[in-house]
Design a protein around this ligand. Structure first.
Ligand SMILES: [Zn+2]
Length: 203
């Protein structure tokens, strides 16, 4: 049985032919490359290598290379994915328990995540362009859409709280809670899809 590797996400397919579509990232069969066992074809002895063919995974240099090598996207993305659910709990606690400390904790949490968001977005775009070649299949469209939803709702919630510090005591508090719930859902979806792709290459 032959093995085929998705050159976009790293998914390994076993079969005589590459799959029509990658089940993980959705790119077509033309993105699959047959996996040749190293002992069967030593790279140094192959004519293609001697002729100066590019290595299978070309190294990315500069800042983009650092972002990939040091996994800065998965690291930065744990800030929203870890803190936003807590912020939502703080909002709910402030609304239902009425304790003022929770309201402030929610605001500080949201504000801190907003400060971190640019690095989450920039590292995400770099990984998408460099590692996944800017593929525009469904999984990437959903991830980018989810990131825009999170950033937009987060900005609205922080600005709203600055304009109206009493928001969680007022009539708009249910809308505020709803915005928070949608934001946490979108962040969770983006994180889940990211995890799916990261683990696709580890068969
Ligand atoms: Zn793939």
């Amino acid at each position: 049985m032959k093995k085929w590797k998705c050159t976009v996400c790293g998914y390994i397919h076993e079969g005589d032919e590459p799959p029509e579509k990658c089940p993980v990232c959705g790119v077509g069969a033309e993105f699959f490359k047959e996996v040749v066992e190293e002992d069967a074809a030593p790279a140094a002895a192959s004519p293609a290598a001697a002729a100066g063919a590019p290595p299978p995974e070309a190294k990315v240099g500069g800042i983009a290379g650092l972002i990939l090598d040091y996994h800065l996207h998965p690291i930065t993305v744990h800030t929203p994915n870890g803190i936003l659910p807590m912020a939502l709990l703080f909002i709910a606690a402030a609304m239902f328990l009425g304790a003022p400390g929770f309201e402030y904790a929610a605001f500080i949490s949201l504000f801190f995540v907003l400060l971190v968001m640019p690095s989450v977005l920039i590292t995400g775009v770099v990984v998408w362009l460099k590692r996944y070649r800017g593929a525009t299949t469904t999984i990437f469209i959903i991830k980018i859409g989810a990131a825009m939803v999170v950033t937009t709702l987060l900005t609205i919630m922080v600005v709203w709280r600055i304009i109206d510090p009493e928001v969680l005591a007022g009539a708009g508090r249910w809308i505020y809670l709803l915005l928070g719930a949608v934001m946490v859902g979108a962040a969770g979806l983006a994180g889940h899809l990211g995890g799916t792709m990261v683990h696709a290459g580890r068969h």
